[in-house]
Design a protein around this ligand. Structure first.
Ligand code: ADP
Ligand code: MG
Length: 256
């Protein structure tokens, strides 16, 4: 039987003013997989997510989701197919409660403000309660989201993706700026979600990535440099060169 990937990108290329931010990428993601993408600044990680979500159009190549091409769809159409994106900076409604923010995820931006002051169905309430449990914010449900800690805001935003029933979660540096304890909780959350959801996680923190023990894709200059287990990637001399090369050279220079 032919293997069915949830997401496939083939020959994906995107240039900005002649500079290839994404250069002929082939990428295959299993349903339920948790994939981490690493790579130095400017490697093309965020652009890759932009291409998946339709925020940016590729110059060439295809992206298919559940076997259907999505390369030509608009951003909102891709979102409706169940592909949810979390940006580096949280975009929550600070003056609304945690509960209301999740309701926003559930209803979409247009439905929410009317529904806050009207009836919420019991199935909606149950779904929000479920999401609050998953993200560990049940006790914070009725405080303004602006009062949450940095880490809690990130979890709320992941919760909003869950409320909108996203199947594929694209998370850009979800643990950035977190305390060690929050980082560990985030790792646990992502591991809990994997299986039932499919995740692409961009991260820098190697301890965090090691703990996830997922398949790792290393991007460098818009290309996939290496792919495999954390250990495989860590032991690849090309990856070591990309991450450590400059440092080693600096150490070897007499004047540095
Ligand atoms: P990463 O997320 O891996 O740090 P990015 O995907 O943000 O890298 O950027 C990859 C390269 O593409 C960078 O050189 C960046 O300056 C360039 N780039 C990204 N988006 C745009 C854009 N909208 N316009 C012009 N250049 C861009
Ligand atoms: Mg980025």
């Amino acid at each position: 039987m032919k293997r069915e990937f949830l997401l496939v990108a083939e020959g994906l290329t995107k240039s900005f003013d002649g500079f290839k931010a994404i250069d002929n990428i082939n990428f295959y993601l299993d349903r339920g997989e948790l994939r981490t993408i690493i790579g130095p600044n400017g490697a093309g990680k965020s652009t890759f997510l932009d291409l998946i979500t339709g925020r940016t159009r590729p110059d060439s190549g295809t992206i298919t989701y559940r076997g259907n091409p999505i390369t030509r769809l608009r951003e909102y159409e891709i979102y409706r197919l169940g592909i949810g994106r979390k940006f580096q900076t949280p975009s929550i409604y600070a003056h609304h409660t945690v509960f209301e923010n999740l309701l926003l995820g559930l209803k979409g931006p247009r439905g929410v403000f009317s529904s806050i002051f009207h009836r919420i169905s019991s199935s909606e309430k149950n779904r929000i309660a479920e999401v609050l449990e998953i993200i560990g914010l049940t006790e914070k449900a009725h405080i303004p989201a602006g009062l949450l800690s940095h880490g809690q805001k990130q979890w709320l935003e992941i919760g909003m993706l869950l409320a909108q029933e996203a199947e594929l979660l694209l998370l850009d540096e979800p643990a950035a700026g977190m305390s060690d304890e929050e980082t560990e909780k985030t790792g646990n959350l992502l591991l809990t979600l994997a299986g039932g959801h499919t995740l692409i996680v961009i991260e820098h923190d190697m301890t965090f990535i090691r703990r996830l023990a997922s398949r790792v894709t290393v991007l460098h200059q818009g290309r996939i440099l290496c792919e495999g287990s954390f250990e495989h990637v860590q032991n690849d001399p090309r990856v070591q060169e990309v991450y450590l090369g400059r440092k080693h050279r600096a150490h070897n220079q007499p004047n540095s």
